[in-house]
Unconditional design. Structure first.
Length: 257
């Protein structure tokens, strides 16, 4: 049985420096998938670049935590604070989330990008009010959805997803060794491993506290030993577009800590 791995770079669209780092890792052969934030300052730069890179799978990175909604604030009052920005401290309404989810998806489509999947920024799909709309939209669009293992129990048919999910920070001490160990212990079937590479620029510094750590993570992922290990272990790197070739929908997702 083959080992299939999606290495997904989250937070594309956050800032131009993040976009460039993700594309550099794709051109190096490591990253085959990314997920795009459509309401952040780097979105237009990302969209312009990504439409010319059909080999890089691009999903919607649903963002309900950073910046402001695409929808008018009056349409999604439960999602915004007094200044019109997102706040995770609020009691989000499922109706408002569906409105904003569709607005973010429409912005992605309008930019000429055909999404490969849906996932969420800061794992907000662990809330029922977020997970349910994501499932409904993914199913209606026949798209896979990231399975983290932290999703709430819902009496709903789930969209396709991977068997195993790896959510580690590779910018910490021993990050390269952790990444290599994850690769060596990768089980048969389908897995997703997320990462957050980036180059620091003024835009990134203005919107996010994760700055230098992204360059450290880029250095880990671009280390030649990573790709050499993937090839030696005969791991097949894929994106969500390829998932239907390899997924066994009878397998249950499990989280790898």
């Amino acid at each position: 049985m083959t080992k299939y791995l999606i290495i997904n770079a989250d937070d594309c669209g956050l800032a131009p420096g993040v976009n460039r780092a993700i594309i550099d890792l794709h051109q190096a052969g490591v990253v085959k998938s990314t997920s795009l934030m459509v309401n952040m300052p780097g979105f237009q730069d990302a969209a312009r670049r990504l439409v010319n890179i059909p080999t890089l799978g691009v999903g919607l990175h649903l963002n309900l935590s950073s910046g402001s909604p695409i929808s008018p604030a009056s349409w999604v009052p439960s999602l915004v604070d007094g200044e019109g920005g997102f706040s995770e401290e609020l009691d989000w309404n499922e109706r408002d989330i569906m409105i904003e989810l569709k607005a973010q998806m429409n912005r992605l489509l309008t930019a000429g990008i055909r999404p490969t999947h849906i996932d969420s920024h800061r794992f907000t799909q662990d809330r029922k009010t977020v997970c349910r709309p994501m499932i409904l939209l993914a199913r209606s669009m026949k798209l896979p959805m990231r399975r983290t293992g932290w999703e709430p129990a819902l009496d709903m048919r789930l969209p396709p997803g991977v068997d195993n999910f790896y959510a580690h920070a590779y910018f910490e001490d021993g990050g390269k060794n952790l990444l290599l160990e994850n690769l060596r212990s990768l089980p048969h079937g389908t897995s997703e491993l997320i990462c957050h590479p980036g180059y620091v620029d003024e835009c990134l510094e203005s919107v996010c506290t994760w700055t230098q750590v992204r360059e450290i993570e880029f250095g880990v992922l671009s280390d030649p030993e990573v790709l050499e290990t993937i090839r030696a272990l005969e791991i097949r790197l894929i994106n969500y577009n390829h998932l239907h070739y390899s997924i066994d929908l009878r397998n249950r997702n499990r989280i790898v800590y």
